[in-house]
Write a new protein. Structure first.
Length: 202
């Protein structure tokens, strides 16, 4: 039997068979790209079960994201929801997706929204990345998907702490210009919220 026949049989047999096929093909030395191309040729039905089996056999998250992020929103949504159900975090998916063009991140964030993740969940996962640019790109993707600066700041407010200060700083970048210094009353209020986490003189 060729791989196409095995996958077709597994699709007819159900999710458990698909999971086993994904696991066996990975253990046999096939790549994530190779296996998922065969699944794609046969219509992508059962991709969640195949991914589950592949992960069980040691497939790397980076390889799964590399293949997935080049596909349409439905595939991204299916694979992301399966990975999340298996314990992969939003932050891990974002980190892996940042290696690809901007549309990949935007599609991933749209998929997160469609599977029920809140703006707060997404903002937090973006801001905890080790590089500030990662948070910047996540917030920009949310903005591009129609979320306002106020919505994003409200989500960051729910998170609090230094992530709130970082979100505030990154959102201010959207509004370039010359600003007047804070007066003493404004400075006092800002210090209550931000402490020394941001330079209030800028």
């Amino acid at each position: 039997m060729v791989i196409a026949d095995v996958i077709a049989w597994a699709k007819a047999a159900g999710d458990l068979a698909l999971q086993i096929v994904g696991e066996v093909l990975m253990r046999a030395g096939h790549t994530v790209e190779y296996i998922l191309l065969w699944v794609e040729k046969d219509g992508l039905t059962g991709i969640k079960a195949i991914v589950r089996g592949m992960l069980k056999a040691g497939a790397k998250l980076a390889d799964l994201v590399a293949w997935t992020i080049k596909r349409g929103l439905q595939v991204i949504k299916d694979v992301a929801s399966e990975l999340l159900s298996l314990g992969v975090t939003l932050a891990q998916l974002i980190a892996e997706t940042l290696l690809y063009p901007e549309s990949g991140l935007k599609n991933l964030i749209q998929a997160f929204k469609e599977i029920g993740k809140s703006v707060k969940d997404i903002v937090e996962a973006g801001l905890i990345q080790p590089a500030v640019d990662a948070g910047r790109r996540v917030l920009a993707a949310l903005r591009d998907l129609g979320h306002t600066a106020v919505e994003i700041m409200n989500a960051a407010l729910d998170i609090g702490g230094s992530l709130l200060a970082l979100a505030f700083t990154l959102i201010l970048e959207w509004f370039p210009g010359v600003y007047r210094p804070l007066d003493s009353r404004e400075r006092g209020e800002a210090e209550k919220v931000f402490g020394r986490s941001i330079d209030l003189d800028k």
